[in-house]
Structures are given as C-alpha cells and as structure tokens.
Write a protein that binds this ligand. Structure first.
Ligand SMILES: Cc1cc2nc3c(=O)[nH]c(=O)nc-3n(C[C@H](O)[C@H](O)[C@H](O)COP(=O)(O)OP(=O)(O)OC[C@H]3O[C@@H](n4cnc5c(N)ncnc54)[C@H](O)[C@@H]3O)c2cc1C
Length: 382
C-alpha cells in the first residue's frame, strides 16, 4: 500500500513552522489555530480528497490519513480542521451536480470552509434517531428549529452540514428515517435564526452549541433525497473513523518518540532512567500497541479503497488507535515524572487532546456494541 512518503515529508515540513510555543499560546487563551489551518489550506492538504474536476487533488483516503497522521505526529492538532476532510464526502457522494459545482471548487481554493457538522444534540446523544431538531418545508425554504451541541469549529466555518428531522416520527416508522441533510450557509444565518455559543472544554477544540430559531434555509440546500439523511451520514462514517484512527496513530508516535528521547536523556541515580526496565517496558508495550493499531488502520484503508464496506475494520482501527494513543499519552507523562505536568513540555496538552478520542466521534462502548452485534452475532444491547 502506498505510504505517501512525499506527502508525509511535506506536511512534517509545514508543521515545523508551528512548534510547541505556538500551540501552548493558543491553548492558554483557547483560541483557534487560524494561521495553521490557513497554511494547510494554502498548501492544498485539506482538499486532497476533492476530485480534480472540482479543483482538488483527487487522492484516495490513505493520502488524507497520511496528512492527518503527520500533523499529530509533529505535535500539532488536526482537530482544528480534520472535519473538512470527511464532511465533504457526504456532499461528494450524495450532493447534486449543482451543489458540487457551487461549493467544491471554492472549498478547494480555500475560499469557503466546510468544517462544521451538526449531528449530536443534548437530549439524544448517541441515539441519533431520537434527535429533535426539525426542518419544516415552507414554500421554497426549510424552517429549522432546535439545538445542536458539540458542533465543533462552527465559528470557523462558512458552511455546516446539518442533520434534522424533515418527516415527523409516526408509529411504526423507523426512527432513523425521516431525517435529512441540509447545507447551512452560516455566513448569512448568524443573527437571523442561528446563534452559536462556544463551550469551554479541557482541551482547545473550538466546540460550540448551536441554536436554530426558525432559521430559513433554501430548499435547494437539501442534500440528496428528503428523509434519507441518516443513511448519507452513516455512509461517511467509515472514512471518519479511519481518519481519526490515523490521527491517533500519529499522536501515539509523538508520545512514544517524546518519551523515548526523555528516557535516554534524563539521568537519575547516575544513569539514564531509560536503562530501567520499569521505564523501558511501558514505552515498548505502547509501541507494540501503536504498531498493531497502525496495521488495522492500513487494513481498513485497503478494504475502503478496494470499494468494500470496512465497517468492522474502521471501527476496530478507531478503537485500537485511540486506546494506543491514550496508553502512550499516559506512559509519556509517567516517563517525564513531574515535568510531564509542566506546560512547556507539551505532554500534558497532547494528553488532554488525545483523550477526546475515547469518546468522540464515537465512544468505545458503541464500537464494542457494533462488533458484538454485527461481527459476533450477539443480541443488540440497546
Ligand atoms: C470536543 C467534542 C467535539 C465534538 N464534535 C462534534 C461535532 O463536530 N459534531 C457532532 O455532531 N458531534 C460532535 N461531538 C459529539 C460526540 O460525537 C459525542 O459526544 C459522542 O458521540 C458521545 O455522545 P454523547 O456525548 O451524547 O454521550 P451519550 O450518548 O450520552 O453517552 C454517554 C456515555 O454512555 C455510553 N453509552 C451510551 N449508550 C450506551 C449503550 N447503549 N451501551 C453502552 N454504553 C452506552 C457512551 O459510550 C458514553 O460513554 C463532539 C464531542 C466532543 C466532546
């Protein structure tokens, strides 16, 4: 499988301009890494999945995975912009030709940002079919009412892909039917029925809650067919899981490299702490787990690019990689002793950032439920 070493080298070179000091300052003030995202956009890295016909590079998912892995491996945070890679898949696969022509070339040129994805709601959580935001057709507009939560990057995006109920739930109807995907142009909407409120979190993630108060969205912004939105969102999930898994592999590599370097340099009792097996073994174990996760990411990518449906592999890749990065983060702090908690080492920041992937975009329990039901044939537990 192509490893895209040239892409990896170029991304690493770009990331070298955004060292720890840059991320620390943003983290302190909870501000968005605008210059970093701008640099990635200008270099074309965020549009590599857009087909050449619409101005992108038309590269496969493994190239996008290489970009995101290298960003994390360099100590940067792709969470600021990773959604642009996978949200546009919904538009690419299910959008009309007119929608693709309207949006994709501008996204590829860096003139338009599609970074926000409004699915999760405060009351429904993981149970997406229970979401309450409605979009009612009124003439040639949808009128949207409701609330989303954890809509990341909403303040730093022009467009949002929104999942809302367009057909009221009736007895006997599957609750995942009747949902539709709309493209919301937030540039026109803020203050006219759309309110965005930032949520402060343990890491700098620019996440928000979003309120819709009779927001009018042109009917032509409906993606695909009315009522099939859940399926459209689901069809992008494999790509999303795989890309997040690649980021976690990158994080794990950063932690392992950082821990190994410190263990070689730090001398206590007259010798390198890395000479102690109590320090070596946890790092070596984290390395083995990272490599195993990396192989599962490759397996998922191979199947995805062969046109198969790697639901199980994409989910396993995400879980194993998130576990590997979480373990490596913990080992890295332990290896650094007290310095692991000091801001200037960047370890505690990356530790907080990688912790997210145990929960989002899908939590570990839901992955285990998927495997139990769909791979092992066990009864559905919810
Ligand atoms: C920083 C951040 C950014 C995010 N960005 C976005 C975004 O851009 N767009 C978006 O739409 N969403 C986003 N999310 C939401 C994220 O996808 C959800 O938080 C995640 O899917 C979990 O949903 P929940 O928080 O509602 O947890 P809940 O569904 O309330 O679950 C809570 C806990 O219970 C467990 N649980 C629930 N049901 C079961 C069950 N049947 N069996 C076993 N365990 C169960 C879960 O695993 C979890 O541990 C983001 C979240 C965070 C924290």
């Amino acid at each position: 499988m192509e490893q895209y070493q040239d892409i990896r080298d170029a991304v690493a070179k770009l990331c070298a301009h955004f060292p720890g000091e840059y991320w620390r300052a943003l983290d302190r003030d909870m501000t968005y890494p605008g210059e970093f995202v701008e640099a990635l956009t200008e270099a074309g890295w965020l549009s590599i999945l857009i087909p050449e016909a619409y101005g992108g590079s038309g590269l496969p998912l493994s190239a996008a995975a290489a970009v995101l892995e290298e960003i994390q491996r360099a100590g940067c945070n792709g969470g600021a912009c990773h959604a642009q890679m996978y949200t546009m898949g919904t538009l690419l696969r299910h959008g009309s030709e007119a929608q693709k022509l309207r949006y994709l070339p501008k996204i590829a040129a860096g003139e338009l940002r599609l970074q926000a994805f409004g699915v999760t709601e405060p009351t429904s959580g993981t149970d997406t079919g229970a979401l309450k935001t409605t979009a009612r057709l009124d003439g040639n507009h949808f009128v949207v009412k409701g609330q989303k939560i954890w809509t990341s990057r909403a303040e730093h995006s022009d467009l949002m892909l929104l999942l809302a109920r367009t057909t009221p739930l009736k007895d006997g109807m599957k609750k995942t039917d009747g949902l539709s995907v709309l493209i919301v142009d937030m540039r026109e909407a803020v203050g006219k029925g759309l309110t965005i409120r930032p949520i402060r979190t343990m890491m700098n993630h620019a996440t928000t809650e979003v309120f819709f108060d009779d927001l009018r969205v042109p009917a032509e912004n409906l993606v695909g067919e009315e009522g099939k939105g859940f399926r459209y969102i689901l069809s992008g999930m494999n790509a999303e899981r795989i890309l997040i898994a690649a980021e976690c592999v990158g994080d794990a590599k950063w932690f392992i490299e950082k821990a190994s370097a410190y263990a070689r340099e730090r001398h206590v009792f007259g010798r390198a702490i890395g000479q102690n097996q109590g320090i070596q073994f946890p790092i070596a174990r984290a390395y083995a787990n990272m490599r195993a996760a990396e192989l599962m990411v490759r397996e998922a990518l191979n199947l995805y690019e062969a046109g198969k449906n790697p639901g199980a592999e994409a989910n396993m890749a995400k879980m194993l990689a998130a576990d590997a990065s979480n373990e490596a983060a913990n080992v890295c702090i332990q290896t650094h002793g007290g310095f692991g908690f000091a801001e200037e080492y960047d370890v505690e920041r990356k530790f907080r950032e990688t912790r997210l992937y145990q929960v989002a975009p899908i939590s570990t329990n839901l992955i285990l439920s998927f495997l139990s039901e769909h791979v092992l044939g066990l009864p559905r537990s919810y």
